[in-house]
Design a protein around this ligand. Sequence first.
Ligand code: KG4
Ligand code: ZN
Length: 332
Amino acid sequence: MIILGIETSCDETSVALVADGRRILKNIVLSQVKYHAPYGGVVPELASRKHLEKILYLIDDALSTCPPDRIDGIAVTVGPGLMGSLLVGLMFAKTLSWVWKKPLLGANHLEAHVYAVFLEHPYLSPPFVCLLASGGHTELFLFKEHGSFELLGSTRDDAAGEAFDKVARVLGLPYPGGPAIDELSNKGDPYAFEFPYPLEEGLDFSFSGIKTAVKLFWEEKKGKVKIEDVAASFQRKVVEVLLDKLTKAASLKGVNKLVLSGGVVANSFLRRKLEELKEKGFEVFYPSPPLCTDNAAMVAAYGYHELLRGRIAPLTITVKPDLEIGEDFLSS
Ligand code: KG4
Ligand code: ZN
């Protein structure tokens, strides 16, 4: 079965073709980062306009790999995300579904990130504890089985990626800040400075305190300490927090299988620490860097499981900008 996936929830326009929920035939991802960089963050109005300009070309490109009559369903992210951006993807998906008479399949973007891991580890089986760490989200949840999720914790303020982006701005680094901090940190000492661990109790996260601590520290010490050491120490603290909560959640739920996804999982220090967790006996799964960030292949893989469970979305379905993990987008 071949599913065409469409993802436009934030600032990546992406179209993909995935066979049987596990084999990527095509995954085209067009980043808008250069348009948003001058503003230091994603500008919603600009994002939807750019999706609208590009999506048709991406669909055309995908169809050069596989004609419509071989496609078994159209999967699209219905939420969460930016209202205008989601609408562009959903309108195209609905139109293709209606014109081609193919089932329309919805996808929860947060849950779909896990399917990037299934694509590269087809024999991964639930239950497992997941950490999604991206620019917009930091969510910890239990994946019980396909279609059954339990939210365990999320951020009370900034997302992990957002903290990277804001600290990068404080340090005078370019947007997006994650890759810039990652690269700079390679030349720094991650244990040079100790930044605080806010909200250490429980499974919720808080990153704005770490960001403020770095800001105050940098205002006082700029020129007296190495910027590489500040970046590396900040990065180490964020990674420590993420992995502490993830392993706590795993022990609370009695599982030792850990799955990670989202843009922050491209971080090289985090990936090194994940390899150490494997040595401690955890089973750890995470995507290769290109599949960590937003892409339509994960949406198509998610859609495949929706189709298997007979969950066809009606053409009246609307976008759900605030959709949560475990929330049923078909019934609301
Ligand atoms: O998943 P993603 O592409 O988009 C969403 O937010 O949905 O994640 C983008 C976020 C940005 O905040 C970016 O700074 C961060 O992921 N990021 C990284 C790295 N690469 C991207 N953070 C830390 N280290 C990286 N290497
Ligand atoms: Zn995402």
